[in-house]
Design a protein around this ligand. Structure first.
Ligand SMILES: Nc1ncnc2c1ncn2[C@@H]1O[C@H](COP(=O)(O)OP(=O)(O)OP(=O)(O)O)[C@@H](O)[C@H]1O
Ligand SMILES: Nc1ccn([C@@H]2O[C@H](COP(=O)(O)O)[C@@H](O)[C@H]2O)c(=O)n1
Length: 232
């Protein structure tokens, strides 16, 4: 007798910066044979395009006018996610401090959000076996009908320590400065008018402060498996 393939499942993972969304989402998708979409990378990519094309990132009107110009493509293999802008690999350039400091202003522009949201929905719709999509507004706005919504949190201290662990040897690692920068970005992302960073009413909140990454992954895998079992 043939065993039926598990049903396609759409998982939305949101939360503030440094809570473990990318690491968790990639690992969960890989373990469960799902696709993976990093929506922050898409907002970073459009921000990088604005910077390299001389658009003033403090001018929402200029950003809105240019928003439709870049072609952003995301590869959704969790083992090797990709991001290109106009066919160019943007994976490195989108992680610079300059992009990180400007991305909240660019992502707050409604025209940018409308375009990127449409792109995200079309990628999710094409993921036949299911997908894990991570960001800030996935459960609330992009995929409000997701099968499972998770909202990751962690204390600012834990998040800053994790970020500094990543930067060690590459850039200055002033813990207080790292913490201040991530709190500032969260405040901008939570305070914008159009689809701010927020927990969906039906999301499961997981505080990762005292958990290892493996424990968070295991917790989310279990929640997905429970959803799948309930749907059978
Ligand atoms: N539970 C955890 N315990 C310890 N370190 C963790 C944990 N979860 C994630 N990390 C580490 O913290 C760092 C940030 O994680 P990650 O990039 O996944 O967060 P994020 O929420 O996607 O951040 P951002 O929104 O800023 O992209 C990574 O170096 C990751 O390995
Ligand atoms: N759904 C999302 C995802 C991200 N953003 C914006 O992009 C920034 C970068 O996100 P990272 O996850 O790569 O750190 C983030 O600070 C937001 O400004 C968003 O608006 N919506």
């Amino acid at each position: 007798m043939e065993t039926a393939a598990p049903s396609a499942v759409i998982v939305a993972i949101d939360g503030p910066s440094g809570t473990g969304k990318s690491s968790t989402s990639k690992a969960v998708a890989a373990k469960l044979g799902l696709r993976y979409l990093d929506t922050g990378a898409q907002y970073r990519a459009i921000t990088w395009w604005m910077i390299t094309n001389g658009i003033d990132t403090d001018d929402p009107h200029a950003i809105a006018v240019a928003a439709g110009k870049p072609v952003i493509e995301s590869g959704t293999d969790p083992a090797a996610p990709t991001i290109t802008v106009d066919g160019l690999d943007a994976a490195g350039p989108i992680r610079t401090q300059e992009v990180t400091s400007k991305v909240s202003a660019v992502s707050a522009v409604p025209e940018v959000r409308a375009l990127i949201t449409e792109l995200q929905r079309s990628i999710a719709a094409q993921a036949e076996g299911g997908i894990v999509v991570e960001g800030r507004d996935i459960g609330t706005t992009v995929l409000p009908d997701a099968d499972l919504k998770i909202f990751l949190t962690a204390s600012p201290e834990a998040r800053a320590a994790r970020r500094n662990g990543e930067l060690k040897g590459k850039e200055a690692t002033d813990l207080a400065a790292t913490q201040a920068a991530l709190i500032k970005r969260d405040a901008a992302d939570s305070g914008r008018k159009t689809s701010p960073l927020a927990k969906a009413g039906d999301a499961v909140e997981v505080d990762t402060t005292e958990l290892t990454l493996d424990q968070v992954i295991e917790c989310v895998v279990t929640l997905v498996e429970e959803k799948r079992a309930a749907a059978e």
